[in-house]
Design a protein around this ligand. Structure first.
Ligand code: HEM
Length: 177
């Protein structure tokens, strides 16, 4: 009973001072050069937090067929303290477009964004089930090819990556191959 009251007070306090409630709610993490991706699978929702040493964009992608082709990509940046996030799809091996420009829907939700000490951090949620044909198949339990990438210090989705890498993970267990 006391614990429940305490939790309510803490959560209300967090909301009042603007601290994202998801902040430490991640079960798994992978790191790459200058970048980390933390996540938790909560029912049909993937809660993600991507962080990279850049003042520009940071992104993760899922299940490409070749380089960026067919990947479901979440990309974001922070400009003047405000986060921008977009749901992209790899429409070429060397290119991607916003789902909405391809006739699909935006399925990613921005939860929190910050840029501090040269690190850009974006938290988001994404439904695991597919909503449009530019989504790919995201399965929690099984192999997921995870793309991790960030751009140079420019607040735009256009400039090419300073870093890009690929890992194979199990989203449900966090196991990395
Ligand atoms: C924002 C604009 C972007 C541009 C202009 C761009 C452009 C390119 C180009 C030209 C290549 C082929 C040459 C190379 O290997 O470097 C490439 C490869 C790649 N890109 Fe991107 N990219 C962008 C964003 C992204 C994002 C957001 C991701 C992942 C979330 C990503 C992941 C990758 C990966 C994993 C490869 C290489 C794979 C391989 O060689 O197997 N890129 N990109």
């Amino acid at each position: 009973m006391l614990n429940k009251k305490l939790m309510t007070v803490v959560l209300t306090g967090c909301l009042l001072i603007g601290v994202p409630v998801y902040a430490d709610a991640y079960d798994h993490e992978v790191t790459a050069r200058g970048m980390s991706f933390s996540w938790a699978v909560d029912g049909d929702t993937l809660k993600g937090k991507m962080s990279a040493k850049t003042g520009g964009w940071v992104a993760v992608g899922f299940n490409p067929s070749n380089k960026m082709k067919d990947a479901n990509i979440v990309i974001g940046y922070v400009k003047d303290g405000a986060g921008s996030i977009a749901d992209h799809f790899g429409d070429k091996a060397t290119g991607h477009s916003e789902d909405t420009d391809l006739g699909g829907t935006n399925d990613v939700t921005l939860v929190a964004a910050s840029e501090e000490n040269g690190m850009t951090t974006i938290e988001f949620t994404l439904p695991i089930a597919s909503f449009d044909e530019y989504y790919g198949v995201l399965t929690a339990d099984g192999d997921t090819v995870l793309l991790m990438s960030y751009g140079p210090d420019r607040d735009s989705f256009r400039p090419r990556h300073s870093y890009r890498g690929t890992k194979t993970v199990n989203l449900a267990t966090g196991a990395e191959k």
